[in-house]
Design a protein around this ligand. Sequence first.
Ligand code: HEM
Ligand code: HEM
Length: 125
Amino acid sequence: MQGVARNFFVLAIIYALCGMALGLQMAISQDHTEMPVHAHALVAGWLTSAVFAFFYHLFPAAGQTRLANIHFWLTAVSGAGLMVTLYLLLAGKTAIEPLVGMFSILFYAGMLLFAVIAWPVIRKT
Ligand code: HEM
Ligand code: HEM
């Protein structure tokens, strides 16, 4: 695994370790307040990043473009920002809500960019 595929897989593993640690903390403390952060870190983080990693691994030409690099950094930065700000929001820091919204929109923009990158691959195969 190389390049963008490798970056996404490293990101996926970081999400899995952080998300599962939060799940354990929730289960042990019996405080499920942060459940949406746990759910999104694992499903939108670990699983989605792993899907992106395998996509770029299977279609290496798609991963060798500038757009694919932008896709990685946009997804990584907005996703991490979303997890941290959502955690703080659920912990009671309500003033941070606009940032949660901003990172959510950027995370969605990452998925839109992926649609643009994946479209030629879908058409050719
Ligand atoms: C160390 C392993 C894990 C522990 C201790 C754990 C613990 C928990 C706990 C305590 C909840 C809250 C349940 C509730 O409040 O109803 C939860 C919810 C959830 N977990 Fe985990 N979890 C683990 C791994 C995973 C993994 C690997 C995934 C996905 C790949 C995952 C996905 C979810 C999702 C999507 C929810 C939300 C379910 C809902 O909407 O009701 N969890 N988990
Ligand atoms: C722009 C990005 C996203 C936003 C703003 C968003 C927002 C939300 C909201 C508001 C909820 C309801 C939470 C609650 O009732 O407590 C939710 C739940 C959920 N979302 Fe997302 N979501 C996003 C992306 C995703 C993605 C990409 C996935 C999976 C690949 C996902 C999986 C889930 C799951 C499994 C739940 C149920 C668990 C929970 O209640 O936390 N979400 N999401």
